[in-house]
Design a protein around this ligand. Structure first.
Ligand SMILES: O=C(O)CCC(=O)C(=O)O
Ligand SMILES: [Fe+2]
Length: 216
């Protein structure tokens, strides 16, 4: 997977939605992975998310800053062990700000939420919008490990038109502006495609968001 005949280039997938291949170098990926491993530990660690309809999400998740559950945010893991959500570190906010600056321009708000999703070979994420925040600041997405198909759709429906983008380890995807309410999902993970030096079996995605909530 490391050999490449054509260099992947930065692409605007839709207005306000930008894919930047290889935004994180190997060292940055390793450091972010180490941090994810720490965050995944209990209390308030990696958990299976249950949806109100009785289903379960196939990716497993841990949150920082604010705890997301279907469908809202809380200070504690209300649908899990009840522990306080882990703090959102300042360095991660700076990384989010830099991602926006590199793609869409000067960030207008400070990042305070991270959702970290771990996908094994069979995990997927259905088409959805990130709509439980009160801010329309861009969503920043960072990928580690296995390559996936990231489906970026339209703002009206879960169906076509959409664009399938391959997200690989180290890639950045930012969606803001007119694309902030777009439906998106992960129909497929390509098992065994992670860079071997990273030492991750599976895929991690870190999405950074601005809550827009008052009183931290
Ligand atoms: O795993 C991904 O690339 C997308 C994650 C996502 O859409 C979310 O956490 O809301
Ligand atoms: Fe999402």
């Amino acid at each position: 997977m490391d050999a490449e005949l054509f260099r992947r280039s930065r692409t605007e997938i839709a207005p306000g939605a930008v894919h930047v291949p290889d935004w994180l170098d190997a060292d940055q990926q390793r450091r972010l992975l180490e941090a994810c491993r720490d965050w995944a530990r209990p209390p308030a660690g990696l958990r299976t998310v249950r949806t109100p309809g009785g289903g379960t999400m196939t990716s497993r998740q841990v949150c920082l800053g604010w705890h997301w559950y279907p469908y809202g945010y809380a200070h504690t893991v209300v649908d899990g062990d009840g522990a306080p959500v882990k703090p959102f570190p300042e360095w991660l906010g700076e990384l989010g700000g830099r991602a926006v600056r590199d793609t869409l321009g000067e960030p207008e708000a400070v990042y305070d939420i991270a959702l970290i999703n771990f996908y094994d070979a069979d995990a997927r994420m259905g088409m959805h919008r990130d709509s439980d925040e009160k801010s329309d600041a861009p969503v920043v997405s960072l990928s580690l490990g296995d390559t996936c198909v990231f489906r970026f759709g339209n703002t009206e429906s879960r169906t076509r038109p959409y664009t399938d983008v391959e997200l690989r380890s180290g890639d950045l995807f930012v969606f803001g502006g007119a694309s902030r309410p777009a439906y998106h999902g992960v129909p497929r993970v390509h098992a065994g495609t992670a860079p071997s030096a990273l030492g991750l079996t599976g895929r991690l995605n870190i999405t950074l968001r601005v809550s827009g909530f008052e009183g931290g």
